[in-house]
Design a protein around this ligand. Structure first.
Ligand code: HPA
Ligand code: ZN
Length: 335
């Protein structure tokens, strides 16, 4: 089973590029940029990655992002992630970035996006990995700040396919961002939002109805509402589920309690993703393996996660067709 998972072609739809900053690279960047870290070594930092909930993670995650200063830093961060994608057989990835985390501390929007974009272009040319960029608004900040960020993104419309919503879900419901999401859609951006990770099922309903999302990020609390569950099956609204993240942030007690396989079997369009792999203990293959170790699944079920992700992705129909063909070819060889 592990060999099947390792070789399975994959598509990632929920990855915060700042969350792929490994302690070793963080130390390299801190040294390069003359930043003092309150840890003696990458190992000591890794030991601090014990979280009680989303907020305790976010505090450490924003601290880590402070080491990112130059365009080259953002390039190196993204390039390191793409190399992991390459070993994990990821054909396509749609990555989030949090511009406000950087602009709030004086880093130019252009510095961030240009570094990430240049690495993704190299990923396409040198590793044959296709990609899109999604810009997330931080929901603990105001809607005015999100509107200001949207304005800065207009010069980079060619590089950014959509907007999303991340950070602290509790106390910051989708409705707070209704206006900026309407403006983003009017400008031609696709929309996604984190909802139903720690927050209630109603946030999933509101992300769909008020923010007009094409996908729901996380969404695992949908099981609290039977009507919502039925409508997700009916509409085939995709959920970008992040299994290792959910365990690390204590959304579920352990992987055997996770509902992703139950949702798959109910016919919900669930996908497997890594969220913040440097902090949560694993990239795409690790996430597939952790789910499979806790829930017996067939090859077809495992491949269904990739087929769901291909359908849910923002790639054009001909490339979707080619990626589906690769999964089917792999299944044909494996069975
Ligand atoms: N949830 C909310 N915000 C985030 C996450 C997450 O899992 N990762 C990075 N920002
Ligand atoms: Zn996330």
């Amino acid at each position: 089973m592990n060999a099947f998972i390792q070789g399975l072609p994959k598509v990632e739809l929920h990855l915060h590029i700042e969350g792929s900053l490994e302690p070793e690279l963080l130390f390299t960047l801190a040294q390069r940029n003359n930043i003092n870290l309150p840890y003696s070594s990458p190992e000591a930092l890794r030991k601090a990655y014990e979280f009680d909930d989303l907020q305790s993670f976010l505090d450490i995650y924003y601290q880590g992002a402070n080491a990112l200063i130059t365009e080259q830093d953002f390039y190196d961060l993204t390039w390191a992630y793409l190399q992991r994608c390459h070993s994990d057989k990821v054909m396509h990835t749609e990555i989030f970035f949090d511009p406000q985390t950087h602009t709030e501390r004086g880093i130019a929007f252009d510095t961030v996006i240009n570094g990430i974009y240049r690495a993704l272009q190299d990923g396409q040319h040198k590793l044959a990995i296709s990609s899109h960029i999604i810009m997330c608004f931080l929901r603990h900040l105001s809607e005015e700040s999100a509107i200001d960020t949207l304005k800065r993104a207009l010069d980079h419309k060619d590089k950014i396919i959509g907007v999303g919503l991340d950070s602290s879900e509790q106390g910051h419901p989708p409705k707070k961002f209704q206006n900026v999401f309407t403006q983003a859609r009017d400008e031609g951006f696709l929309t996604v939002a984190h909802a139903g990770e720690e927050g209630p099922a109603q946030n999933i309903v509101d992300a769909i109805d008020i923010l007009g999302v094409s996908r729901v990020d996380h969404g695992v609390r949908c099981v609290d509402s039977p009507e919502l569950l039925d409508s997700l099956v009916e509409s085939q609204m995709p959920l970008t589920v992040c299994p290792l993240s959910n365990i690390k942030l204590r959304v579920f007690d352990d992987m055997s309690q996770h509902n992703i396989v139950e949702l798959l079997r109910r016919g919900v369009a669930v996908t497997i993703n890594s969220d913040d792999p440097a902090y949560f203990g694993g990239y795409m293959t690790d996430n597939f393996q952790a789910v499979s170790a806790a829930h017996a699944m067939t090859y077809n079920e495992l491949a269904q996660f990739t087929l769901n992700a291909i359908d849910a992705s923002f790639i054009d129909p001909s490339l979707k067709h080619e990626y589906r063909r690769r999964v089917e070819e792999y299944l044909g060889k494996s069975i």
